[in-house]
Design a protein around this ligand. Structure first.
Ligand code: SF4
Length: 342
């Protein structure tokens, strides 16, 4: 456990309650991952380069604050590409889209920028590879999640979704020696392995993905919250209800020993009754959450006596992804920096 200079600065401020035994454990890593950072900058750069309106299919990332901020700057969020005027510019979200969506955009002569996270694209490529080799693919993920829809759409006749434990019994395969499991990138690591064990009970020759599908950011944030959860009476996870990796952090915190845990979009959503009898509050945030929202939660807690902030560091992330090539090309003529939703 280490205290970062940033957290120390925060703690050094003259906050009420700093001398009591009330304290905050602040998880690191938390917040923005490389895929979200890239997707948000992609939309900001598109606004600067081409001017509003810029259409975005689905929420660019699953965070209310980010979506609202971009909407104010001239982004129009749509559910499907048929809502985008012919010939207009549309950005595909970090969660990825199926080939059918690309084809429809082409039919309608839309200009597209694909902000799919490269780690989601990696899973799409795995689906294509195993489908080509005639495997049955068992995709562990949450039904209805955009990422799962995009990934399944790469080979709909070969992919079966396994969401809940009872789904394992429903799976049917053509050849039990040619079955592979893949997964959504933002699942609980532990729950996914439980599902894999269940599947192995039915298919002993089940193959694993060539490399982890659950991404580094999802697993790092779960490791960090696990490291502090048993010391926390309450863990506050900043993130939106439709953010899979944020919701998993609440579950992981509770499983790892936190007495109570809640998912909140903003500090104002904290119910003061949650703090009754609490000494240690854990704070973390999902991979689509700008850190400004976490700082507002720390301010809220400090005003109520939890001014002592200790950062719990389990990994230092240095990953960054290049912007989509279709945008990079146009940026050479318009190299202004992004303003950033931070
Ligand atoms: S959570 Fe993982 S897969 Fe999703 S955008 Fe971030 S890095 Fe990419």
């Amino acid at each position: 456990m280490t205290t970062s200079p940033q957290a120390a600065d925060h703690a050094d401020q003259d906050r009420p309650g700093a001398a009591s035994n009330k304290r905050v454990l602040l998880a690191k890593p938390r917040g923005y991952c490389a895929g979200v950072d890239r997707a948000v900058i992609t939309v900001e750069k598109a606004l600067e380069t081409y001017g509003p309106p810029v259409y975005v299919r689905k929420e660019i990332v699953h965070n209310k604050h980010v979506v609202e901020t971009l909407r104010e700057r001239g982004v129009i969020f749509v559910e499907e590409t048929d809502e985008v005027p012919e010939g207009a510019l549309v950005v595909f979200s970090a969660h990825g889209v199926s080939p059918a969506v690309h084809e429809e955009a082409e039919r309608r002569s839309l200009r597209t920028i694909d902000a799919t996270c490269p780690l989601v694209t990696k899973v799409h490529k795995e689906v294509n590879r195993f489908a080509r080799e005639d495997y049955d693919i068992l995709l562990i993920g949450h039904e209805g999640h955009e990422e799962v829809e995009g990934t399944s759409g790469e080979a709909p006749d070969r992919v079966q979704l396994v969401d809940k434990p009872e789904d394992v019994d429903k799976v049917t395969v053509r050849d039990p020696s040619k079955v592979v499991w893949l997964s959504q990138t933002t699942l609980s690591v532990d729950e996914t392995m439980e599902r894999v064990d269940q599947l192995k009970g039915r298919f002993p020759d089940l193959q694993a993905p060539p490399s982890d599908d659950i991404c580094y950011a999802t697993s790092n944030r779960q490791v960090a919250v696990k490291a502090m959860a048993s010391e926390c009476d309450l863990v506050l996870v900043v993130g939106s209800q439709n953010s899979s990796n944020s919701k998993r952090l609440v579950e992981v915190a509770l499983q790892a020993g936190a007495t109570d845990s809640h998912l909140i979009d903003y500090a104002e959503q904290i119910d003061e009754s949650w703090l009754d009898g609490v000494t240690t509050v854990g704070v973390t945030s999902g991979a689509s959450v700008p850190d400004v929202l976490v700082m507002q939660v720390l301010d809220f807690l400090a005003e109520r006596g939890w001014g002592d902030v200790e950062e719990v560091t389990t990994a230092n992330e240095k990953i960054a992804f290049a912007l989509p090539p279709e945008l990079r090309k146009d940026l050479r003529d318009n190299p202004n920096g992004p303003k950033g939703v931070r």
